[in-house]
Design a protein around this ligand. Structure first.
Ligand code: ZN
Length: 278
C-alpha cells in the first residue's frame, strides 16, 4: 500500500512531467472511482491545463486551470505516463493530453479519482480531515498535538486525521528509531520523547522519499522504487538481529495489528518511570 514516500514521489514526478499539459480527453473504465457522473467529470476537466501537482498523506492533488483532480491509489496501483504506443491493458482511467501523451491510472483493488471545483477544496470530505504531512511536522507541532492526549502511540501515528502519510510499511521503523514500544501511551511521553519521535518520523520516511518510494510500487515511467527490503531496519524482519543491539527482532500482536520491535531497544516505560500526573 503506498504511503507518504511513494505518494510524494509520484506527485513530484507528475509535477515535473505533467505541468503545462492540457487534457484533451478522458476515458473512464471504472466509473465507481469517481465522485461525480462520468459526463460531469469529463466536462469539468477536459480542456484544463495542469498547473501543479502536490500531495498530502496518501492523496495526490492535481491542480488544474479548471479545478482539482484528487487521486488516491488505495491499496496500490500505477500512474503511468504513456508517450505514444499502446495504453497498458490494466487501466481504470486515462487522461489524454493534447501533446499525444497520456496518463494511465490503474488501481489494484480500488481507488479514487475525484473532481473538486476551484475554491471548493476545503469542502472535499475525504481530504479536508487530513492532518499535516508527516515530514512537515516540527517537534513543537508534534508536542502540541501529543500533550494531554491519551491512547497508544502507534494508533496515533497511523491516524490520518492527526498525521498524514504513515501506514503499516513505515510505522515499525519509525517507532524503532524513536525507541518507543508500539503500545506506549501518549500520556507517558515527555517533550524529549516527542522530539525524538519527530526526528524518527523524518528519519523513517526520508530515505524512502530519496529513493523514489518502495520497490513494490512503480513510478510514472514504470520503474520500481529504489527503497528495497534491505533498506528496512526492523519492519517485517522477525528473527533477524537488531541493527543496534543484535537482539532478535520480534513480531508481536498489538491490538488488531502486528508490530515488529526490538524487545531491547523498545521497552515500554515502566510505571515507576512514568512521571506523576497532575
Ligand atoms: Zn535493539
Amino acid at each position: 500500500m503506498p504511503e507518504l514516500p511513494e505518494i510524494m514521489s509520484r506527485a513530484r514526478e507528475m509535477n515535473r512531467a505533467l505541468v503545462g499539459k492540457r487534457i484533451a480527453g478522458i476515458e473512464v473504465v471504472q466509473p465507481k472511482c469517481l465522485n461525480v457522473p462520468v459526463k460531469k467529470f469529463a466536462a469539468s476537466l477536459v480542456g484544463a491545463r495542469i498547473a501543479a501537482v502536490t500531495s498530502r498523506g496518501k492523496w495526490i492533488f492535481v491542480e488544474t486551470t479548471k479545478g482539482w483532480l484528487l487521486l488516491n491509489l488505495g491499496m496500490g496501483g500505477e500512474l503511468l505516463l504513456v508517450k505514444g504506443g499502446p495504453l497498458p491493458e490494466k487501466r481504470r482511467l486515462v487522461f489524454r493530453f493534447t501533446d499525444r501523451t497520456s496518463l494511465a491510472v490503474n488501481f489494484w483493488w480500488f481507488g479514487y479519482a475525484h473532481y473538486v471545483a476551484p475554491e471548493r477544496l476545503d469542502r472535499h470530505e475525504m481530504t479536508k480531515i487530513l492532518g499535516p504531512n508527516a515530514i512537515d511536522l516540527s517537534a513543537k507541532d508534534l508536542w502540541a498535538m501529543v500533550k494531554g492526549r491519551r491512547g497508544g502511540v502507534k494508533s496515533f501515528l497511523l491516524d490520518q486525521s492527526q498525521i498524514a502519510g504513515i501506514g503499516n510499511a513505515y510505522i515499525h521503523d519509525i517507532l524503532y528509531l524513536a525507541g518507543l514500544h508500539p503500545l506506549e501511551t501518549l500520556d507517558s511521553l515527555g517533550e524529549e520523547d516527542v522530539a525524538r519521535l519527530g526526528e524518527a518520523i523524518r528519519a523513517g520516511l526520508l530515505p524512502a522519499i530519496k529513493k523514489g518510494g518502495a520497490f513494490y510500487e512503480r513510478n510514472l515511467y514504470g520503474r520500481k522504487g529504489g527503497f528495497v527490503k534491505e533498506d528496512i531496519l526492523i519492519g517485517y524482519r522477525p528473527g533477524e538481529p537488531c541493527p543496534k543491539c543484535k537482539t532478535a527482532i520480534e513480531k508481536i500482536k498489538t491490538g488488531g495489528t502486528s508490530s515488529f520491535i526490538c524487545p531491547t531497544c523498545q521497552r515500554r516505560k515502566g510505571k515507576k518511570q512514568r512521571r506523576p500526573r497532575r
